[in-house]
Design a protein. Structure first.
Length: 658
């Protein structure tokens, strides 16, 4: 059988790999990540469908999210339980689904230690750890584990691994990453014990060694056991690369572990948490350097996860000997068929992850099921996993080529309809074209590229530079019209003195107006726009004050993205003014009202006021057409100004029913 073009171009990425007793078909895997798709603490149909889609899409390995081995340490109601035999049936169904498509399945074995973010009761949980070393991020001071409890927890790890074996899984991964319990034992900065589990390097490794040994005794030598660990926890009291290289080298000599999976960051401090799910404005493949150093010291395969978002990069990492396997988790969220497309050499058809964190980890942090800003089918496989062909072909007009319109047109066309999309600008993309112009946001343009390509693949006709009027719509004689006309910058009512230097955020992003050297940004939404504009002008040497209506800039966006941006603004010297609602301006001052106290806040010596005050829906065409058409749908910002996530999801929903 001849090799495919993809196999020829990516011989290392697409080659099989032996991991202990198991062989995986390629080097692409989905790493363990929270999904909020569980049925409480159990695996249900939604989670099975989610992982099955990625197995069907060609991934070599699926690692299921954290399974709690000790119910006393439960940090939330949606964390899977591996702590009793009740879990076996769900894991078994998941294994059958994943195996039916040729992929292998591991499960994560988890205990948070001090890194507990809550409890099932809604308040703070009772955390146990090697020592009472505080968790700064979640404000937790744990209780030191008695030696008897340590041995008990070790046994619980082994019991959980045995359950996974009985359920038919191929292996387990001990979660020692991100500062969780095993890492807390290994780290001299968080392990202050003087008994057999603390003090010397060997004693600090005793916990993980005993865990692996107990797992091996109870699950057998033919069951894969590996460890995920942060190559650098990037925090004041975290593990450093030299620590991790020494740890993996020492453990490899025990012949108990079958692989080492390198990530970055910690859950215990804000600085280190930014690397847990790194945003788009961060380096690619951050763990590669330490993973490479470990690979030179160990005999077992070395995995890595962290912004490995392209097949070319993954191939280079493996071919150069730095890694054996690449986690492409967010890439598989944005495109479950990523591996199949690589194999078929259809790289242009891959919906590349843009690292926005908005609908994947962002939704999970809000207690919602995982999804993707540009592929909302993810996490909704049972409802939208298969495109259902239309029973009757229609001629459909979509007005507006932003994210909402592009997605609606693509789905409608894929279902068999005759679809034409009209866009008044020279390019489709809407506000996505603005987002990509801000510092660190260039990858956001991938949203536009991917949605436009999806629409064209489906057969959508795209007509740009076309202003659509109500008369034009009526003359098209279509069976359905979808309005996705977007929004415009919102201008609040302000007390203004003639000559006040004021522009809106869109003008600033497009560099349509020259601004002064001393800028105030009035940020109503507390999202990426205010953060991006502040960075843009501070980088250019302007004095920037960012005044937000909330408690901090970026509070409406995912925390890792926000904190990464705030760190940059701090270094650039941007002044932050919280709880400030803009009420007026004159020639050299901007006036605010404190959003809580109502007191006056005055920013003096201002050359330019930039308004980032959200958007106003463009409803003009809708108002003209309302009642004149048999089937009219309104989606995205012209329905209500929100974000690209809602726009694309509504495009999917409407495209699926027209």
């Amino acid at each position: 059988m001849s090799r495919s073009a993809g196999q020829t171009r990516f011989p290392h990425l697409l080659s099989p790999l032996r991991i202990g007793s198991v062989e995986v078909r390629n080097r692409i895997f989905s790493s363990g990540h929270e999904t909020c798709l569980s049925d409480g603490p159990k695996i249900g149909a939604d989670l099975i469908a989610y992982h099955e889609a990625r197995a069907k899409g060609g991934a070599g390995l699926i690692i299921c999210e954290i399974g709690l081995i000790d119910e006393r340490a439960r940090p939330g109601s949606t964390v899977l339980s591996a702590a009793s035999d009740d879990c076996i049936a769900g894991y078994s169904r998941l294994a059958q689904a994943v195996h039916s498509h040729g992929a292998k399945l591991f499960a994560q074995m988890f205990h948070p230690g001090r890194d507990s973010w809550g409890s099932v009761h809604g308040g703070a949980g009772l955390a146990f750890a090697p020592s009472p070393a505080p968790n700064e991020r979640f404000r937790v001071i744990p209780r030191a584990m008695p030696a008897s409890m340590v041995w008990e927890v070790i046994s619980l790890y082994g019991d959980a691994a045995a359950r996974m074996k009985r359920a038919g899984l191929d292996g387990v991964e001990i979660v020692a990453s991100h500062g969780f319990l095993p890492a807390q034992f290994m780290n001299e900065r968080t392990n202050w014990r003087s008994d057999e589990f603390g003090g010397s390097f060997a004693n600090r490794l005793r916990f993980i060694r005993e865990v692996a040994l107990d797992m091996r005794r109870k699950a057998g030598d033919d069951f894969v056991i590996g460890m995920r660990i942060s190559g650098d926890e990037l925090s004041d009291d975290g593990l450093e690369p030299r620590d991790v290289v020494s740890i993996c080298s020492a453990l490899d000599g025990d012949n108990l572990l079958d692989f080492y999976h390198l990530v970055m960051g910690t859950m215990s401090q804000l600085r280190g948490s930014q690397a847990v799910v790194p945003p788009m404005d961060t380096a690619l493949a951050q763990p590669a350097a330490v993973a490479s150093a470990i690979r030179k010291k160990v005999k077992r395969p070395v995995f890595a996860a962290g912004r490995i978002n392209h097949a070319v990069l993954a191939e280079e990492l493996i071919a150069s000997g730095q890694l054996d396997m690449c986690a492409m988790t967010r890439s598989l969220i944005s495109d479950p068929e990523f591996p199949k497309k690589v194999l078929a050499d259809r790289l242009d058809d891959i919906r590349l992850c843009i690292g926005c964190n908005q609908a994947c980890i962002g939704r999970v942090h809000n207690g919602q099921s995982v999804s993707c800003i540009q592929f909302p089918e993810s996490g909704r496989e049972l409802k939208y996993g298969t495109i259902k062909q239309a029973t009757q072909k229609k001629t459909i007009a979509v007005v507006g080529g932003g994210p909402a319109g592009l997605k609606a047109a693509a789905i409608a066309a894929a279902r068999g309809h005759d679809v034409t999309l009209f866009e008044k600008a020279a390019r489709v993309g809407g506000q996505g074209l603005l987002a990509q112009r801000l510092p660190g946001r260039s990858e956001f343009g991938g949203l536009v590229t991917n949605l436009e390509h999806e629409a064209k693949l489906a057969g959508v006709r795209i007509r740009t530079r076309t202003v659509v009027t109500s008369e034009m719509v009526m003359n098209l004689h279509t069976q359905a019209v979808v309005l996705a006309t977007g929004a415009k910058p919102r201008y609040p009512q302000l007390e203004m003195i003639e000559g006040a230097p004021i522009i809106d955020a869109w003008q600033a992003i497009r560099d349509e107006v020259n601004v002064g050297t001393r800028i105030v940004i009035a940020d109503w939404r507390c999202d990426w726009i205010g953060l991006g504009l502040a960075e843009k002008y501070a980088q250019a040497g302007h004095h920037v004050r960012l005044a937000v209506t909330g408690g901090e800039p970026g509070q409406a966006i995912q925390s890792y993205v926000r904190n990464h941006s705030l760190a940059k603004l701090h270094k650039l010297g941007v002044e932050i003014v919280p709880y400030a609602r803009v009420i007026g301006a004159d020639s050299d001052s901007v006036y605010f009202e404190h959003a809580l106290s109502g007191d006056a806040i005055i920013c003096e010596d201002v050359n330019t006021l930039i308004l980032a005050q959200g958007h106003s829906a463009d409803t003009e065409l809708e108002e003209q057409l309302r009642g004149s058409l048999e089937e009219l749908h309104v989606i995205g910002d012209c329905l209500s100004p929100r974000t690209a996530e809602e726009a694309v999801r509504e495009g999917l929903e409407v495209g699926s029913i027209v």
